[in-house]
Structure formats: C-alpha cells, structure tokens
Design a protein around this ligand. Structure first.
Ligand code: GLV
Length: 311
C-alpha cells in the first residue's frame, strides 16, 4: 500500500517530507517515481497530468491539495469511481479572508484613485464622495467555506453583504440568494463583486459582459476563484467603458499569466499570482493522514467532493 504525491509544480518533495515525518510507517512516493502502480491506493494531487490517475487501478482516494477540484476534472480520463477529499483548512480560509478584506477595503477607501493622484503629485483629500461601510453593498458569488467566511467578515465590518449560491444558504446577517432572480437582485445593488465560486460547467464564463452590465456603473470586481470564470475581453470592454472601475484578479485562464498579456499593464487591473491563499502543508498533512487512517478503519472520509456537482 503506497501514497503517491503528484504535484509537478508544487514542490512535491515538501509534501512528501511532511508526510514521511509524521507517518514513517507509510510508503510515500513522488510521481513520476511511482514503482509498482498496483500499490498506489492514495494520491495527493495538484494539477496531475491527464491520464495519470486512471493508470492506478487500485486507487481509492485522491486528496486534492486545494479547495477547488476543477484541476482534477479537466482530465478526460479522470477515474470517477475514486473518492475525492479536498482541503478544508483554517489557514486557507484565513488567507482568503485576508485577501478579500485587503482588496475590498482598498476599493472602499478609493485607493486606486489615490495611487493615481500620488503619481501625479496631486493632494486632493476630497477626491470623491465617500460611502460609509453600512452604505456599501457587496455581493459574493459562492457561499462555500471561503465565501461564507468572507461574507461574515465583511458583515462584521458593517458592510451590507449579499451572497449567491446554487443551493439556498442561511447565514445570519447575510442576505442569501439563489437562482437567476437572486443573482440579478445581488448584481443590481453590488458596487463590489467578489467571485469565490467553484468552477463547473454552469459557472464557467459567468463573469461576462451581461453580468457586468447589471452591476451599478463604476463597480469593482475581485476574482479569487478561477480564471475560467472570466471572459477576459468582456472585462477589458467594461473597464474601458467605465462600467467597471477596477478589477483585482488572482486567477487566470493561463497560469502563469503570459508575459505579453494585456492584464499586466492595464492601469485598472491589479494582478496577483494565484496566491490569494495557499494550502499550507504544515496543517493539511494532518487532514490527509487522518483520512487515510479513517479509510483503513473503514470509517467515512471527511471533506469529500460530490463528483456530480463538481465541488
Ligand atoms: C486554490 O486555488 C485552491 O483551490 O485551493
């Protein structure tokens, strides 16, 4: 019985060394040094090359090294009978909370405009009409663990928060919405829109011209979910027309963002390199090892993914 770490660009050696340190009795291997493929029962994976997972016929559980699992489903040969457990980690949640609060507050305090003024040596302390936090409406697309935490944190700062999700949620202090009418209601009032949706066939391309056009003029966008949620040319159109004032993007259709991509130098776009929040091996290995033990004891696995829903 062996555990295979398949995370080609994510320092698999670090994951393997934490696993070996905490569970010296386990046979931990790093792809592509797989050894006998029939021995592989557990895979610890991030962006595995297509077709690899299907080649392990005794594979029982895949531990996704991120909250999102779309990196697994893009493999056309993904073995759908295998259980997936994804990371649910307080540090990952905290990292996303910090990122969202940082950029929401930056927008709320009009920092992009103040940055421009500084570059022109302009001292204008009344640069715009300023909203109080309880006058600011913020919309969050996606009320999973990360979206719910961000919604509560923003609400604790007195912002008016609406959240939208596929299934109806009840979160104290948050207006929870669902369906197309719920989405339109959220969009009509949100001057800051945050995307924390899972990437599925229903949400791919959701950040498009039609959606942006429903926001109040001059709204702000924060996308910390997946690059494929966004129709890139629609964002540029809406930034250029003033329908959107500024966008903060942590995720891109192609990562790393190609050097020549228009987003890098657009003065209304802030680019961060998919590091809004990063899975921390120091905490996540415990979750993986606990789940391996649960599997060995024939107990239910925690944080499993519903393959049908895609998250
Ligand atoms: C990162 O993008 C994650 O899914 O955790």
């Amino acid at each position: 019985m062996a555990v295979l770490v398949i995370a080609p660009n994510e320092r698999p050696d670090i994951w393997a060394s934490y696993l070996r340190e905490l569970a010296p009795e386990l046979d931990i291997r790093i792809w592509p040094d797989t050894g006998d493929p029939d021995k592989i029962i557990y895979a610890v994976a991030w962006n595995p090359p297509a077709g690899i997972l299907a080649s392990f016929t005794n594979l029982k559980i895949i531990f996704s090294l991120g909250a999102g699992v779309d990196h697994l489903f893009k493999d056309p040969d993904f073995p759908t009978e295998v259980t997936i457990s994804r990371v649910i980690d307080p540090y990952l949640t905290a990292g996303m909370r910090e990122y969202v609060l940082l950029h929401v507050l930056k927008y709320h305090k009009n920092q992009p405009e103040l940055d421009k003024q500084q570059r022109k040596h302009i001292w204008n302390s009344r640069e715009n009409e300023r909203l109080q936090s309880d006058e600011r409406n913020i919309g969050i697309l996606g009320l999973g663990i990360l979206g719910t935490d961000c919604a509560k944190s923003l609400s604790a700062l007195n912002f008016n928060v609406k959240g939208w999700s596929r299934s109806m949620k009840v979160i104290p202090g948050i207006t929870c919405l669902t369906g197309l009418s719920g989405l339109n209601h959220l969009l009509n009032s949100s001057s800051i829109l945050i995307c924390l949706l899972p990437l599925t066939k229903d949400t791919e391309g959701i950040l498009n011209f039609s959606l942006f056009s429903k926001l109040p003029k001059g709204a702000y966008l924060i996308n910390a979910a997946r690059g494929n949620h966004l129709i890139e040319k629609d964002l540029i159109t809406c930034l250029d027309s003033g329908q959107l004032t500024h966008a903060t993007l942590d995720v891109f259709r192609k990562e790393p963002l190609p050097k020549e991509h228009i987003f890098w130098d657009h003065d209304k776009i802030t680019v961060t390199p998919h590091n809004a929040s990063i899975t921390d091996p120091r905490t996540v290995v415990y979750q993986i090892l606990e789940n391996i033990q649960r599997h060995l004891d024939a107990k239910p696995i925690s944080n499993t993914v519903d393959i049908k829903n895609g998250y």
